[in-house]
Design a protein around this ligand. Structure first.
Ligand SMILES: Cc1ncc(COP(=O)(O)O)c(C=O)c1O
Length: 395
């Protein structure tokens, strides 16, 4: 890492630490993350250890009742970063699995409502619908029209919640719209009505500083493979002490009686190397320097906002609602649909070698820019130039 000159610590100076295609502009860290080479190497070493002596690895090293379990040690390391104890965290494959585990742990009854917002992740919405079909509960979708502000978003949720809401699932940082929701106001307003609260923080860890107990939710899930630089397939589920007592893994296996979190640690034979590589990812993140990284990301987001304004694209929410991602409504001709968004994205990569996130939201075309350490202002200028040509019709 080029840390000699803090001015050149990010952007082009560090891009070589990732395996990203050198011929592309990569502005979509938010969807799948990008794992640095050194963290991949740490994962490879773990896999070699696993394959060198599978019995020792599975029967000893990672057993939940082994006081020296490397899974528990990795959980303790990530817990330190998010203000809780390792015993409050279980590793899961991804945010999707964490939401499902919590939802399966609640015995919903007919008449119960599950509150979500229209900024939530599509798979989570589908999961809620499926759980409602199984139990007779009903979804309650709260609309947060855009452009929005922290007051506007918090008020919409406070106005919608009723005592029938058994569970509320609220994003910390929303997926398509990339906005940081004001949890300090939303969580207490849900609690007042007795709702269980699940925070979908898929984009949280690494993008914003976290103190999980202080958020006051029952559960918080976050992907380490997005903004913390861990390998794909590493996420954690936090449960408060009360929620932990009811939280069960999706798959029942040998340690199901051990309770949360150990019942999640060993669920049959699987490749746990991405979880065990989380400490290497945290080392990388801490060496980049979270404060300097977040300041650099904020600078990039400001630059992106200025450049996007020059092509008529308007931010979807006030500046205090973005961290390292910001979404813009393009000056798009006609109605945007899932298909046009997909075609637009395809052309951006195939013809321009720019990867960004684009989706239809309320019939408008939304572009989400992710600012990561390896992004350079030059990349944003290139995006602006391409949007000046393609940003109205995609062609
Ligand atoms: C808010 C939110 N929830 C859940 C997910 C799902 O994450 P994963 O695919 O890792 O399960 C995402 C993915 O981007 C997301 O943005």
């Amino acid at each position: 890492m080029n840390a000699r000159n803090p001015e050149t610590k990010f952007g082009r100076a560090v891009r070589g630490l990732w395996q990203l295609d050198p011929n592309g502009v990569f502005l979509n860290h938010g969807s799948f993350g990008a794992c640095p080479t050194e963290v991949q190497a740490a994962q490879d070493a773990i896999r070699r250890r696993m394959e060198a002596q599978p019995d020792v690895f599975f029967r000893r090293e990672i057993q939940p009742d082994n006081p020296a379990s490397t899974i528990r040690a990795a959980a303790a390391r990530i817990a330190k970063l998010v203000g809780c104890s390792g015993d409050d965290l279980a590793f899961v494959e991804n945010a999707t699995s964490g939401v499902q585990a919590a939802m399966n742990s609640i015995d919903f009854k007919p008449g119960d409502r599950i509150l979500v917002t229209d900024h939530g992740y599509n798979a989570v919405r589908l999961m809620v619908e499926a759980r409602c079909r199984e139990t007779g509960a009903e979804p309650l979708v709260v609309a947060i029209p855009v452009p929005t502000t922290p007051d506007g978003a918090a008020q919409r949720i406070a106005d919608a919640v009723t005592p029938a809401v058994r569970l509320a699932i609220v994003d910390h940082i929303t997926s398509p719209t990339g906005i940081v929701l004001p949890l300090d106001r939303i969580v207490p307003s849900l609690r007042r009505h007795g709702a269980l609260v699940f925070v979908d923080g898929a984009h949280g860890v690494g993008q914003v500083a976290l103190d999980l107990p202080a958020i006051g939710a029952d559960w918080y899930v976050s992907n380490a493979h997005k903004w913390l630089f861990a390998p794909k397939g590493s996420a954690f589920l936090y449960a408060s002490k009360e929620a932990a007592a009811r939280t069960r893994p999706i798959v029942v296996s040998h340690y199901v009686e051990s309770g949360f979190p150990r019942s999640f640690d060993y669920v049959g034979t699987r490749d746990n190397s991405s979880w065990l590589a989380v400490p290497a990812a945290i080392d990388f993140f801490e060496r980049l320097g979270p404060a300097a990284l977040h300041a650099y990301q904020a600078q990039l987001i400001d630059k992106a906002t200025e450049l996007m304004a020059s092509v008529g694209a308007e931010p979807i929410a006030s500046r205090d609602m973005s961290a390292a991602m910001r979404s813009f409504l393009l000056d798009w001709k006609g109605e945007a649909t899932r298909e046009t968004a997909r075609a637009f994205l395809g052309r951006l990569w195939d013809e321009e070698r720019i990867q960004v996130a684009a989706m239809a939201f309320e019939g408008r075309m939304l572009l989400r820019v992710s600012a990561q350490a390896y992004v350079d202002e030059e990349d944003l200028v290139r995006l602006r130039d391409v949007m000046a040509r393609k940003g109205r019709t995609g062609a």
